[in-house]
Design a protein around this ligand. Structure first.
Ligand code: NIG
Ligand code: FE
Length: 418
């Protein structure tokens, strides 16, 4: 038995606790369950009690002497941040493309010329499993140092069975070697592999008949994602892939309406996707359909900034009743960052979410977007003790002092990792 941990005297404890279960929208995104002079009691990696310091002092009076005490005076304490959309396992890097884009090339031009996703696919195919593990571990450490304790991770830099499986197995191995939680997504439909150019439907058939069954059989993924975009997968092809994934028990996600309006948000609602990603160019009908179907909008304002595009209509989506989550999109092309704090700042600055909404989007709603809301995303009894102590006093200050890493300490399942 490890020592209990008692975090006490938090200037502000944002528990994100709520009676309402499931993704939050509208005014519910502003309810942070704040406790002043807050306190959390942790045993065996789980949260045993949450309340004011006075309440927990009374309740655990006879156990205090055996606990490790953390004084959180003057600090904000929140749940560990959740990043619900990453492409964290990849080989190589693409800094030259960054320069090319600044010189005027577009993201899609580079991809269509064999760079972009194709370049990373080549480098990921060439990398050994050990090399990928080693490179990814460094990114996972960086997530921890930015207060992120759970991430989703996608395959998609293989686009052949062998390398897709390699990426997914790397995630599985990293679960044993690293304390962060990784929730795996299969994204074989991330681009059209060059050898299938002009025979896109053949690749869709191959993915459905040859790849999905193996991924499902080996239980390597929980979600199935597709890049539904002009010049990549059409809404019809995307629907076939996502419906096939459902038959194998994989929940649908969609990279939707990132570059052009293409019916992706509408499709997400139609197939009952747990989330739709990007949505920079989502139509008014698509947004309405998502609010009605309860599909979470997973918005990626760092990607928009990095591609120098206008961010998604986050404010409007919240107002229209869509549950919004936010994410880094951590990948070597359109968003090479692990900083969820920066993404929260940008959610406020470029999408006009309020500081409270941005925190909900990066914790509880983010957990919902990867079906982990029973375990993480809020500080409630019976949940994992994934927590962050910040070098600020309240949640407004966290979003206001931007571009700075305010993390002081991070606990993953009750173990201090930063
Ligand atoms: O979510 N849009 C497609 N996929 C990734 C980018 C991947 C890459 O450029 O390597 C995204 O932005
Ligand atoms: Fe992505």
């Amino acid at each position: 038995m490890t020592k209990p941990i008692w975090i006490k005297h938090a200037a502000q404890l944002a528990t994100l606790a709520s009676e309402v279960k499931g993704p939050r929208s509208k005014g519910k995104m502003s309810e942070l369950g704040l406790i002043e002079d807050g306190s959390v009691w942790i045993e065996d990696g789980m949260i045993q009690a949450v309340g004011t310091t006075k309440e927990l002092e009374e309740r655990f009076a006879d156990k205090v002497y055996e606990a490790e005490i953390v004084d959180a005076s003057n600090h904000l304490v929140t749940p560990g941040l959740v990043d619900p959309h990453t492409h964290v396992v990849y080989g190589g890097s693409r800094e030259r493309e960054f320069e090319m884009r600044l010189e005027g090339a577009s993201y899609m031009d580079i991809m269509n010329a064999g760079g972009g996703i194709h370049a990373t696919t080549r480098m990921t195919r060439e990398a050994t499993e050990e090399e990928l593990i080693d490179q990814t571990k460094r990114r996972l450490d960086s997530f921890f140092s930015h207060g992120v304790t759970t991430i989703e991770g996608k395959s998609g830099y293989g686009m052949n069975l062998e390398t897709e499986l390699k990426q997914l197995r790397v995630m599985k191995k990293l679960q044993e070697q690293h304390a962060i939680d990784i929730v795996p997504t299969f994204m074989g439909a991330h681009a059209i592999p060059p050898d299938f150019k002009g025979r896109e439907d053949d690749f869709v058939n191959h993915l459905i008949d040859e790849m999905l069954p193996v991924v499902a059989e080996e239980k390597l993924a929980e979600f199935n994602d597709v890049f539904c975009e002009k010049g990549v997968y059409t809404p019809e092809q995307s629907e076939r892939i996502l419906e096939a994934g459902k038959r194998f028990g994989l929940m649908p996600k969609i990279h939707a309406d990132e570059i052009e309006p293409y019916g992706g948000a509408e499709l997400a609602a139609k197939v009952g996707a747990i989330s739709a990603e990007h949505l920079l160019k989502a139509s008014a009908e698509g947004i309405k359909a998502m609010a009605e179907s309860g599909t979470i909008a997973c918005l990626l304002p760092a990607t928009a900034l990095y591609l120098r595009e206008e961010a998604a209509a986050g404010r409007r989506m919240v107002d229209e009743g869509v549950s919004v989550a936010i994410s880094t999109d951590c990948n070597p092309g359109s968003s090479p960052t692990t900083s969820m704090p920066l993404v929260m700042n940008l959610a406020c600055i470029s999408m006009r979410l309020t500081p409270a909404e941005a925190l909900t989007a990066a914790t509880y709603n983010a957990a919902c977007a990867i079906n982990r809301q029973e375990r993480v995303g809020s500080l409630e009894v019976g949940k994992q003790a994934d927590m962050v102590m910040w070098n600020v006093k309240n949640y407004q200050e966290l979003q206001y002092l931007f571009g700075v890493n305010h993390v002081k300490s991070v606990w993953k399942k009750g173990v201090k990792v930063v």
